[in-house]
Design a protein around this ligand. Sequence first.
Ligand code: GTP
Ligand code: MN
Ligand code: MN
Ligand code: MN
Ligand code: MN
Ligand code: MN
Length: 189
Amino acid sequence: MTRDEALARQGYRHACHVMLYGDSSAKLFGKIPIKHIVLMQMRFDGLLGFPGGLVNPSEETLEAGLSRELHEEVGVAVPVGVDDHMSSCVSSSCPRLITHFYIKKMTEAELKEIERAAVASATDHGLEVLGMVRVPLYFLKKGGGLPYFLSHSFISNSRAQLLSALRHCRLLSQGELKEAVRQAEQMRR
Ligand code: GTP
Ligand code: MN
Ligand code: MN
Ligand code: MN
Ligand code: MN
Ligand code: MN
């Protein structure tokens, strides 16, 4: 559903999360291009998810609430706009919750500053957020890289949000995504 349709629904709570990402020319082991930086976080409950959280639309806009959550969780009140909105849907794990998902592209320098601030100044660091993590987008031998990453456990539908964002932003090809998901499913058996 659209952002407006979601806000018109009665009796739901709202949560906003964002994928912060950008390009990078860095190379793993000096030879494997990492191509992009994509930030997720290890949550207090041991699940992977995106930074963000609960927003009260009667007190703040969805985007202002998301920036407030980013200030708490990554130490920088990254401005997020209506244009960064990607999708809204009723949560699979919480029936009276609508989750809104945003994608925001940043520079490598801005992303590195966020990684530093997430440790140095975020009030939630070590509490609700155990650490920011980069998503490996490459493939190594025996499922290393993205397949292993996808085989971990994710909060709510954040794994599907990650896959749809990687496709939407063309950070990986359709074929690469399919292959990563296939290898990840095999590992979970
Ligand atoms: P508090 O500050 O403790 O209230 O937490 P929060 O406001 O940071 O909330 P949180 O980020 O845990 O998100 C609220 C709810 O949204 C969670 O209970 C999950 O059900 C869901 N959720 C959390 N992270 C994600 C995510 O990355 N994607 C999606 N789709 N849902 C998420
Ligand atoms: Mn080493
Ligand atoms: Mn929070
Ligand atoms: Mn949160
Ligand atoms: Mn919160
Ligand atoms: Mn909190």
